[in-house]
Design a protein around this ligand. Structure first.
Ligand code: XMP
Ligand code: MG
Length: 184
């Protein structure tokens, strides 16, 4: 059934058109800030792979890309605070300008861990490009990204790379999952 995935979505948060505009703007900011520097974009798998593919194509200066896989959630919906490296970079980051591309910032624990880890390898600089940030009342994330796409409500969201139990990554938009889908 064609709408099998869409049937599980309560509401659309970011349409394809809005996403295009957001990522274009982020790419323009990065292109301006990193002119002449050949930054290495570090995509955090798996969620950020869709965002990173679009971000890369909206950056107009020379840049490189590499991938890292971490796990902070398992198949659940709550942050465990435990970050496990599943796949490391193949590129030497010493002396490089790094831009970590992440799909969503919730508590920020995943990213603050990654930033510290990468800083320990002696890069010239580390910045963060977060496609989305959850608006959590009375709670600041552990890290302030240099590049921010959109603020999203404090609900479980899927699509555009974001998953629930590995599903919904292929939705071209971002939406809120119906609670009954993960509450069973
Ligand atoms: P923290 O709390 O460490 O969490 O900032 C960031 C990581 O948790 C995942 N995450 C989500 N994944 N929908 C998802 O599909 C969500 O609403 C969501 N909130 C957090 C995500 O993998 C991110 O890297
Ligand atoms: Mg996930």
């Amino acid at each position: 059934m064609a709408d099998e995935l869409a049937a599980d979505i309560k509401s659309v948060i970011l349409t394809e058109g809005q996403i295009r505009g957001i990522v274009q703007r982020m790419g323009a900011e990065i292109s301006r800030d990193y002119e002449g520097r050949n930054p290495l974009i570090v995509a955090v798998l798996r969620g950020a792979f869709v965002f990173t593919a679009d971000l890369l194509r909206s950056i107009t200066i020379p840049c490189e890309v590499d991938f890292m896989a971490v796990s902070s959630y398992g198949d659940g919906v709550k942050s465990s605070g435990v970050v496990r490296i599943i796949k490391d970079l193949s590129t030497k980051v010493e002396g490089r300008d790094l831009i970590i591309a992440e799909d969503i910032l919730d508590s920020g624990l995943t990213l603050s861990y990654l930033v510290e880890l990468l800083k320990g390898r002696g890069p010239k600089s580390v910045s963060v490009a977060a496609f989305s940030i959850k608006d959590i009342p009375n709670h600041a994330p552990a890290i302030n990204p240099e590049y921010v796409g959109a603020h999203v409500p404090n609900e479980f969201i899927v699509g555009y790379g974001l998953d629930y139990a590995e599903k919904y990554r292929n939705l071209p938009y971002v939406g809120v999952l119906k609670p009954e889908v993960y509450q069973g």
